[in-house]
Ligand binder design. Structure first.
Ligand code: ZN
Length: 344
């Protein structure tokens, strides 16, 4: 089968590799109908050291189950399923508490040495706990929005939950990538009264407004902090969704949180230490977050997608076949595309 392999920064290739197959009795094999490229894939795309072995990529997909191991009980051949970016057994103490990304039998797709979904097929560990059967067929027009349940919509929602977004609150979203845009959807959905998007790309800002952003702040650093304060009676916002991961973004996030506010961070941190520790301390700002347990949120978010209340699939502004995945990486990296969908 064909699959995406990254050998080093900027070096993404489509290659023939052995077919995905059931290895453990709890595995399934999923034939990929739709996958996509993630903003987090751009970190290795910019930084990975060259190597001869390469790594599989892709951690978001919808597909048809082709085979299951003999201990798989709830998922069947022929099911159309969405695959969250982390696999999980659904039964351990952490899964029981809705933190599937800490599953004791879990792991992540698209990491060094692991399975990747930007491919014709992918092996799914812990199939019963990981996969979520979708109530549609594979050509449904809702497919782009349903695909966001694998990561970006669930991740934006997680940022909003950790940032304690609630009715009538003032919210800021740092970052205008697909996750930030889904964060706007999530904040609106949870009843926020004011949603400030911090970003500077016109196409993304336009989409943020469509999704419910009320204010746009395109400044950076101190200037951004000042602008947000001006927009919020001088105090800052109750909730900040940090959807970037760079130190400057966290500094801004803490700087615009009002005393007693909360920052939900879902951008993968690119630094070892947490910036702005002192202002966070003196303002009693809660900073939390991490890899979103998107598997836990599908039950809640799916009905809103099915009913058309939210349309996170609008973040996809380009679709490529498997052969053009390398160009998809280039386009996202150059900010020519917000998010690229892959139809193998
Ligand atoms: Zn678990």
């Amino acid at each position: 089968m064909r699959a995406t392999i990254m050998y080093g920064a900027g070096d993404v290739r489509i290659e023939n590799i052995p077919d995905a197959r059931v290895i453990e009795p709890t595995d399934a094999v999923m034939v990929v109908s739709r996958a996509c490229i993630c903003g987090s894939d751009l970190w290795p795309y910019n930084q990975r050291e060259p190597s001869d072995t390469g790594r599989r990529l892709g951690h978001e997909a919808i597909g048809l189950v082709e085979a299951v191991g003999n201990e798989v009980r709830t998922i069947k051949r022929g099911d159309l399923v969405v695959m969250p970016f982390a696999y999980s057994d659904g039964t351990c103490t952490f899964c029981g508490h809705g933190l599937h990304t800490s599953c004791v039998h879990g792991g992540f797709f698209g990491i060094e040495g692991g399975e990747g979904a930007q491919a014709e097929a992918v092996r799914i560990p812990q199939a019963d706990g990981t996969l979520f059967k979708l109530p549609v067929d594979k050509d449904d027009t809702l497919m782009p929005s349903l695909l966001t349940l694998a990561d970006v919509m669930g991740t934006g929602h997680h940022a909003a939950i950790v940032a304690k977004v609630g009715p009538r609150m003032k919210v800021a979203v740092v970052g205008d990538g697909a996750v930030g845009l889904c964060g706007v959807i999530a904040a609106r959905r949870l009843g926020a009264e004011q949603i400030i998007i911090l970003g500077r790309h016109p196409d993304r800002i336009a989409l943020a407004k469509q999704f419910g952003a009320s204010d746009v702040v395109s400044e950076r650093g101190e200037a951004a902090i000042e602008r947000v304060r001006k927009l919020t009676d001088g105090f800052g916002v109750h909730s900040v969704l940090e959807c970037v991961g760079l130190d400057e973004a966290m500094r801004t996030a803490i700087g615009i949180a009002r005393p007693g506010g909360a920052v939900g961070r879902v951008g993968v941190p690119q630094g070892e230490t947490m910036p702005a520790s002192l202002p966070a301390f003196y303002n009693n700002v809660t900073v939390g977050g991490g890899p979103a347990p998107v598997r836990a949120y599908i039950d809640e978010l799916l009905p809103d997608i099915m009913e058309g209340k939210i349309q996170p699939g609008k973040v996809f502004d380009r679709t490529v076949g498997l052969d053009d995945v390398p160009d998809g990486y280039r386009a996202m990296d150059k900010r020519e595309a917000i998010k690229v969908m892959v139809e193998p």
